[in-house]
Write a protein that binds this ligand. Structure first.
Ligand code: 3PG
Ligand code: MG
Length: 396
């Protein structure tokens, strides 16, 4: 794999696949720019060595071609600010305008292409589309770790059209950090898994049972565990068909000597809203019309205690509906405990992307943990041991 440091970009146009799939509010303002900031070293490296950058990305999941809501033009001004130079914009990723703008681009300049997914060929991994894109630059830099688990035209298929393929800094550090966690983890190793659905996390949980000392389960998925153990969960999230699986996971953990820890109390609500009436009950004792929306105070203490004594920490998924301030205490307690482990116990801590990364960044803790991943699904798949198409394309 070629690295950014070993490649001479001078006078060259680099076609850089980034993952600028960032959350936007209804005014099209970016609400978490972690993924953009992460690419700064890669882009500066190329520009400062005399190259030019043609940036390509997707945004969201547009279904019917060009859609205002998913236009990357909303990113042009914020990107110009972050990169400290004017970012040019082509309103179609391929075609005459993109070709001309790419051809005219001078060293030190940045061109952003419109959302790749406005062409259905992108997600289909269409070869002809990948080839068209490839004509825009002479070297392909793959830095979209968050999308490296997709075998799309720009993330994987395009590789075959380049002799020069370079792994970006985001990709490199994501892979290094995930490897460090899985291969050189100091003990005790604690994984905290949260989020709504157990079905998304089965494989990683199985994998982690072979690695960790403590496996903490919180968030929406914990109610399926609770129900399977015979608890009452009221109207809380349930994946009814996964109950047997949770019992198997608990058995497996036991057999391997892994301390699988579930919530002992729950903050419940009479409605799914921030202003719902709320109270705290013991886990598994949720009245019929109520639903669990956060871990309770005893659980916060229990989890925080285990986390802060750990030497390696992996966290993926919130402990509750942290978008509602009244149900965010569990998630922020975990964030604090991970910071404490990192700063006071010298732990290596990795925050898996998506919601937990946003929670950590929005709480201002991003710099106080070892690493915040820009990948959600990509990180999980990599840690499950799957080959990521975006990585394979660089290696081919
Ligand atoms: C993500 O945010 O998960 C990545 O950008 C990939 O997007 P996707 O899940 O829509 O393929
Ligand atoms: Mg995704």
């Amino acid at each position: 794999m070629k690295t950014l440091d070993s490649y001479d970009f001078s006078g060259k146009k680099a076609l850089v696949r980034v993952d600028f799939n960032v959350p936007l509010n209804d005014k099209f303002e970016i609400t978490d720019d972690t993924r953009i900031k992460a690419t700064v070293p890669t882009i500066e490296k190329i520009l400062n060595s005399g190259g030019a950058c043609i940036l390509m990305s997707h945004l969201g999941r547009p279904k019917d071609g060009p859609t205002e809501k998913y236009s990357l033009k909303h990113l042009v001004n914020p990107l110009s600010l972050v990169f400290g130079r004017t970012v040019k914009f082509a309103d179609d990723a391929v075609g005459e305008q993109a070709t001309k703008m790419a051809a005219d681009l001078k060293s030190g300049e940045i061109l952003l292409l419109e959302n790749l997914r406005f062409h259905k060929e992108e997600e289909k991994g269409d070869k002809a589309f990948a080839e068209k894109l490839s004509k825009l630059g002479v070297v392909w830099v793959m830095d979209a770790f968050g999308t490296a688990h997709r075998a799309h035209a720009s993330t994987a298929v395009i590789g075959q059209f380049f002799k020069d393929k370079v792994c970006g800094y985001v990709m490199q550090s994501e892979l290094d950090n995930a490897q460090r966690l899985l291969e050189n983890s100091e003990r005790p190793f604690t994984a905290i898994m949260g989020g709504a659905k157990i079905s998304d996390k089965i494989l990683i949980i199985e994998k982690l049972i072979d690695k960790v000392d403590n496996l903490i389960i919180g968030g929406g998925m914990s109610y399926t565990f609770s129900k399977a153990k015979g608890g009452n969960i009221g109207k809380s999230l349930l994946e009814a068909d996964k109950q047997d699986l949770t019992l198997e996971l608990m058995e497996k953990a036991k057999a391997k000597g892994v301390n699988l820890v579930l919530p002992v109390d729950t903050v419940i609500a009479d409605d799914f809203s921030n202003d719902a009436e709320r109270k705290t009950v013991k886990a598994g004792q949720i009245p019929d019309d109520w639903q669990g929306l956060d871990i309770g105070p005893e659980t916060r203490e229990l989890f925080a205690d285990i986390i802060s004594k750990s030497k390696t920490v992996l966290w993926n998924g919130p402990m509750g509906v942290f978008e509602f301030p009244n149900f965010a205490k569990g998630t922020s307690a975990i964030a604090k405990a991970v910071v404490k482990a990192t700063e006071e116990n010298d732990a290596f801590s990795l925050i898996g992307g998506g919601d937990s990364a946003s929670a950590v960044n929005n709480a201002g803790y991003g710099d106080r943990v070892s690493y915040v991943s820009t990948g959600g699904g990509a990180l999980l798949e990599y840690m499950e041991g799957k080959t990521l198409p975006g990585v394979a394309a660089l290696e081919a």
